[in-house]
Design a protein around this ligand. Structure first.
Ligand code: PEP
Length: 260
């Protein structure tokens, strides 16, 4: 039986100044200091990476970034590269978040380039996929997710796929308070795992951690985590308060043994 260790990731988006991020991290660190069987990651804005790295030292809290650019350096005003993130202490990077696709022209092709750059830079990419409300209403959820996976992961080899994390984030559930039911989420997670079997083979599919994202709160995490193919959560709003975020992390402890 393969165990998948839960990962709870906090996407702080464009919230928290350096001092605020430092305070949040310190509080979170003390709240989850006894939890060893859940991976915790926070992705602050770029300007807070250094302070969060320092505040999270000697804890179970890993550092992630919210995006990166695919070149390693050059005349690309405003961009941040994988080596810069690694040097800042990041182990993870979120790629293809729906807000980047919606507001900043991210496509499956740019997502693919960014995943390759992240892997080249020794970062763990968290690839976000998910359908809009209209796409769900038109029964396009599976085809949209299939294309996002196929095109986003084009040309990625087995060692790269072994490091990948996928986050299923239905756009209609992000920041809206409308969580997908555990059953709706499980159905798509199972589909993602099947697609990953086609893309990378059985072993990749079995060990892949698939996170759910979309209005995750302390009150709905247990129901989501009870599902076979849900291995953690990507949390937006509820990760901005240490006590609330810890209230999502704690129920995920001691769960891994039961999952196939
Ligand atoms: C997100 O931004 O990835 C997200 C899931 O946000 P929220 O938890 O606020 O819905």
């Amino acid at each position: 039986m393969t165990k998948r260790k839960p990962l709870i990731a906090g996407n702080w988006k464009m919230f928290k100044t350096g001092p605020e991020a430092k305070e949040l991290t310190s509080r979170l660190k003390s709240l989850v200091s006894d939890i060893v069987d859940v991976d915790v990651m926070v992705a602050p804005p770029f300007t807070a990476l250094a302070v969060v790295a320092e505040a999270a030292q000697d804890s179970v809290v890993y550092l992630g970034a919210q995006d990166l650019f695919w070149e390693t350096e050059g005349a690309y005003t405003g961009q941040i590269s994988a080596p810069m993130l690694t040097a800042a202490g990041c182990s993870y990077v979120i790629i293809g978040h729906s807000e980047r696709r919606q507001f900043f022209g991210e496509t499956n092709e740019t997502v693919n380039r960014k995943i390759k750059a992240a892997l080249e830079g020794e970062l763990i990419p968290v690839l976000c996929v998910g359908e809009s409300e209209a796409q769900r209403d038109n029964e396009q959820t599976f085809s949209v997710v299939k294309t996002q996976l196929k095109e986003g992961l084009e040309g990625i080899d087995t060692p790269g796929l072994e490091r990948l994390i996928v986050a299923y984030e239905p756009i209609w559930a992000i920041g809206t308070g409308k969580t997908a039911t555990s059953e709706q989420a499980q159905e798509v997670h199972e589909f993602i795992r099947k697609q990953m079997e086609t893309i990378g083979g059985n072993s990749i599919a079995k060990t892949l951690r698939i996170l759910y994202g979309g209005s995750v709160k302390p009150k709905n995490i247990a129901g989501l985590m009870a599902k076979d193919d849900i291995d953690g959560a990507l949390v937006g709003g509820a990760s901005l308060d240490a006590d609330t975020f810890a209230g999502i992390i704690r129920p995920c402890s001691h769960l891994a043994e039961g999952k196939a």
